[in-house]
Design a protein around this ligand. Structure first.
Ligand SMILES: Cc1cc2nc3c(=O)[nH]c(=O)nc-3n(C[C@H](O)[C@H](O)[C@H](O)COP(=O)(O)OP(=O)(O)OC[C@H]3O[C@@H](n4cnc5c(N)ncnc54)[C@H](O)[C@@H]3O)c2cc1C
Length: 490
């Protein structure tokens, strides 16, 4: 049987694949986005610091610097169109000695050369005024008002939703395992046997870009995984800063940061250690100690008592240290998107544009669609609403009155919306709604969410997973013993 034929197959639905898909969905192209996991944003793009970087960390000659600045500037418009959480809170790099101030001055000059707007060199008084709870031993630093914070998974979800609304086909659970060339087409076959055919392909698979490049018989390179551990502190932790706080960077890392997340919690981290195993994202007690020692140096009120969870992400680095975005020389009509470590999240909208131009340069014809819709309908949430606004929502839809996740004030209506948009794993629902992200980490809401999932999809509790594959949550025995109630509106 003939394989469905697409103009472009994008492999990997992290932030890069998602941004590329949305950019291309404005053109008259048949696009397919292929993702091996059960949902999008389940790779590196879910486990990072969520910072929109300020454009001063990388030298002007690098692709990283260019795309970081371009990407940064695209976030207001994207936020307005897509509605994901984003705040331009600004970044402070904090120095504790005159020696460190020399590095700060270098970052300032580098940032100005890169085109970062509004950078300011600060003395001790100014930096304390900007961030009163900072360690008062600080002698000065750099203020970058253009830095910001986003919720990374919500960003990816909204990019993909927009691309799909504009005709892009999304195939999750499609683990590209083999590539054949037939005439002017690539045939991409998944581990399960399903195949699609496309004239152009984009390799945007993060940590596995080396393996997928080899499948195309294209360039040989090695992705070096560098693990980063992060710790999330409870909402209301005293350490919550006004800005993203950076130390003066080390040679291979931006250092341990104190980050105000866009949803009001505090994050500290990440570490930066080369890892042997791309899949091993476990955290360790030894690293916890190091992270908290460094974070407390920046912000003394950072406390281990406030930790609610930890996670680790793996940077997909290349030995060059820079991004590699290019049409393959060995396999024309394949575009390589490799080495996308930090600031990949920041640069992603610019990467979308850059890849569009690369595709054009290798023969992909681009005609704008007459009716591209760049916007999404706003998601209604309950947290941080006035009681009057809550009443109005409940009057329209009483499921807003059933709060399923009490820590993050997530209603049944939001859970149902996530499910109807195709997020049918516990993590997918969590990333879409924030249910299970608070202090109890899902202790109270998991069972209720599973009940709603069963009701909405007609599936059995025992079929649902945390993040796809074999990550089942409920066994038959437990399911039979579970208390009653459908988790729905009383
Ligand atoms: C700890 C940490 C902190 C960071 N902080 C920041 C930050 O604050 N700001 C910033 O700008 N950047 C940050 N980054 C970098 C940023 O997270 C990455 O650059 C970005 O997420 C990479 O996105 P991606 O789409 O290239 O990769 P991914 O998100 O990994 O997406 C690749 C996708 O491809 C899929 N895939 C893999 N193999 C296959 C296959 N064979 N078939 C189909 N699909 C496949 C994967 O499942 C995955 O979903 C951080 C990174 C880490 C690790």
């Amino acid at each position: 049987m003939d394989k469905p034929l697409f103009d472009v197959a994008i492999i990997g639905a992290g932030v890069c694949g998602a941004a590329i898909a949305r950019t291309l969905s404005a053109y008259r192209l048949d696009i397919v986005l292929l993702e091996k996991e059960a949902d999008v944003a389940f790779g590196v793009s879910k486990a990072n610091s969520g910072i929109i970087h300020g454009g001063f960390h990388h030298p002007a000659a690098s692709l990283k610097a260019k795309l970081e600045i371009q990407g940064n500037l695209m976030f207001e418009k994207l936020h307005y169109e897509l509605g994901f959480p984003f705040k331009r809170v600004g970044i402070l790099v904090v120095a504790f000695s005159e020696e460190e101030m020399k590095t700060v001055t270098h970052l300032f000059t580098q940032g100005e050369r890169n085109g970062a707007a509004g950078l300011e060199l600060c003395g001790a008084e100014r930096i304390r005024a900007l961030e009163p709870k900072i360690n008062h031993d600080a002698v000065g630093g750099l203020y970058a008002p253009g830095g910001g914070i986003i919720e990374p998974y919500r960003f990816v979800f909204s990019l993909v939703e927009c691309a799909v609304n504009n005709g892009c086909v999304l195939k999750t659970g499609f683990d590209v395992a083999a590539v054949r060339k037939r005439g002017e087409h690539f045939i991409l076959t998944a581990r399960g046997g399903e195949a699609v055919s496309a004239r152009f392909a984009v390799n945007a698979v993060g940590l596995h870009a080396d393996a997928v490049s080899a499948m195309f018989d294209a360039e040989r390179f090695t992705i070096i995984p560098r693990i980063g551990e992060e710790y999330l502190l409870d909402r209301g932790a005293e350490a919550f800063p006004r800005h993203v706080l950076f130390p003066v960077p080390a040679k291979n890392s931006k250092g341990i940061l104190v980050i105000p997340t866009v949803e009001g919690t505090t994050m500290v981290g990440p570490t930066a250690v080369e890892a042997g195993d791309k899949e091993d994202v476990s955290t360790s007690a030894a690293n916890l100690d190091a992270v908290f020692t460094h974070a407390k140096h920046l912000m003394p009120s950072v406390s281990r008592r406030d930790i609610i969870t930890s996670f680790a992400g793996m940077r997909p680095a290349l030995a060059t240290g820079d991004f590699h975005l290019a049409v393959s020389e060995k396999s024309p009509r394949l575009v390589q998107v490799a080495g996308i470590q930090s600031p990949g999240l920041t640069a992603s909208p610019a990467i979308g544009e850059y890849v569009k131009e690369l595709l054009k340069s290798c023969g992909c014809s681009l005609t704008e669609k007459a009716h591209f819709n760049p916007a999404l309908t706003k998601i209604e949430t309950m947290r941080e609403r006035t009681p009057e606004a809550m009443d109005r929502l409940i009057a329209n839809d009483r499921r807003f009155g059933n709060i399923v996740c009490r820590c993050e004030t997530v209603s049944e209506a939001q859970i149902v919306e996530a499910i109807r948009k195709g997020h049918t794993t516990l993590d997918g629902i969590k990333f879409y709604t924030r249910s299970g992200m608070g202090r109890c980490q899902g202790g109270f809401c998991t069972y209720k969410i599973l009940k709603i999932l069963a009701r909405e999809t007609g599936g059995k509790m025992t079929e649902f997973t945390k993040r796809g594959n074999e990550s089942f949550i409920v066994t038959d025995t437990l399911s039979a013993a579970a208390p009653g109630g459908d988790g729905g509106t009383p």
